[in-house]
Ligand binder design. Structure first.
Ligand code: 3PG
Length: 412
């Protein structure tokens, strides 16, 4: 951003404000990710800012429009932010053409466009309708969505291929913060993986194990349930049904293979908290199957995991241990996060995990709280992030045109 002159220019700004929503009212339950973009947006005060963002994924319960997100931005920035119920249609394009210096608009959830969530090559992403239409109306693209930069999707990878682009301030902060964790700490590290994105997590588990970057992997959340099932524990019909509905049956087989090769590195919960008639009850895995939903790790596991975490040289925590939205099942997530403040170097990642850390006022007590979940663990595992690679390619391609003296990208 230091190299570009945004004065009176139209800037496409990709952010990540994918946030936990109230299942009934769809109200935004945590605004951490919104706040993380304030610095970038403030530095664009003399530009015309077109914000691109997503909420969840098609078919998920919290996949919805960005109307509430527009209001949240307006409240946090204390400036008008117009929500535009369109991404690339005539309505959105007219709105962009009519913008004046200092205006901010938020376009509709980019994942309503099928091309955003389709598999394609990077070059093809540069030729999607979204990229063609919106790049033709703007001067620069900024990627501040670190948390989505592990996704090869047009709004992340396509724009940098066709127009002068740069990293936003949050992206810069994340890459510096995570980079420091890698360089300052000799590996191996302890990872605590939880949450419900089992496919992403398994990919990273395989990667860190293969590269020898890990000492111990402690598992919680849905990821742990899948590994427990792979380890021969009957997690009960209800819980297996949930794994099936989330589309993770195949991952049970994968988990079996991982356990076969690396059982000494992977630590599974010894007990789990289930919800029976609204109450929390801790059950040893030996006493399963239990036909009640698993909602957290049990106390015995919690004590053991906290002990490993606080004695770790470096620890990375990613994904909640249970249904943290319900107080009695937030115990595992909260206590492991608190234990991380007593370790030498802790990194907390993931939208949900970071929001709990913020609620517990852990900022300043750990090395880095990342807004990225999958993105931060992929980065730490040594993977290239497609969003960052695209920015590098863009810099190469447009290096002579990054001084702000260029006209619209489409005229180049
Ligand atoms: C996240 O919350 O990890 C990012 O917003 C990316 O979301 P995704 O996993 O649905 O791509």
């Amino acid at each position: 951003m230091d190299d570009l002159d945004f004065y009176d220019r139209t800037v496409l700004l990709r952010v990540d404000v994918n946030s936990p929503l109230d299942p009934e009212s769809e109200a935004i339950l945590d605004d951490t990710r919104f706040r993380s973009h304030i610095r970038t947006i403030s530095e664009l005060k003399d530009a015309k800012v077109v914000i691109l963002a997503h909420q969840s994924r098609p078919t998920k319960k919290d996949f919805t429009t960005l109307e509430a997100h527009g209001k949240k931005f307006q409240e946090i920035l204390d400036r008008p932010v117009e929500y535009v119920e369109d991404v690339i249609g005539r309505y959105a394009r007219e709105k962009i053409r009519g913008m004046r210096r200092g205006d901010i608009i938020l376009l509709e959830n980019v994942r309503i466009l099928s091309e955003e969530v389709s598999e394609m090559k990077p070059e093809e992403m540069g030729r999607t309708l979204m990229v063609e239409r919106l790049s033709g109306l703007s001067d620069f693209y900024i990627n501040d969505a670190f948390a989505t930069s592990h996704r090869a999707q047009p709004s992340i990878v396509g724009f940098p291929l066709v127009m002068p682009s740069c990293a936003g301030r949050l992206m810069e902060k994340e890459l510096n913060g995570l980079g420091r964790v890698i360089t300052e700490n000799s590996h191996p590290v302890t990872f605590v993986f939880g949450g419900s994105k089992v496919d992403d997590t398994i990919k990273v588990i395989k990667n860190v194990l293969k590269r020898g970057k890990v000492d111990k992997i402690l598992l919680t959340g849905l990821v742990a349930n899948v590994f427990l099932a792979a380890d021969g524990v009957d997690i009960g019909k209800k819980n297996l049904g949930f794994v099936e509905r989330e589309g993770y049956v195949k991952q049970i087989e994968e988990a079996k293979r991982i356990l076969k090769g690396f059982k000494d590195k992977i630590v599974l919960p010894k007990d789990l908290a289930i919800k029976k008639e609204g109450e929390r009850i801790d059950v040893n895995v030996k006493d399963f199957p239990v036909d009640y939903p698993i909602c957290d790790i049990g106390i015995e596991t919690l004590v053991k995991f906290s002990n490993v975490v606080e004695n770790a040289k470096a620890v990375v925590i990613n994904g909640p241990a249970g249904i943290f939205e319900e107080e009695e099942f937030s115990l595992g997530t909260c206590e492991i996060l608190k234990a991380s403040t007593r370790s030498k170097c802790a990194l907390i990642g993931g939208g949900h995990t970071a929001s709990v850390a913020r609620r517990l006022h852990l900022g300043g007590k750990v090395r880095h709280i990342s807004t990225g979940g999958g993105a931060s663990i992929a980065f730490l595992a040594g993977e290239e992030l497609p969003g960052v690679e695209a920015l590098k390619r863009s810099k190469e391609k447009f290096k002579n045109r990054l001084d702000g003296s260029v006209g619209r990208a489409a005229d180049l």
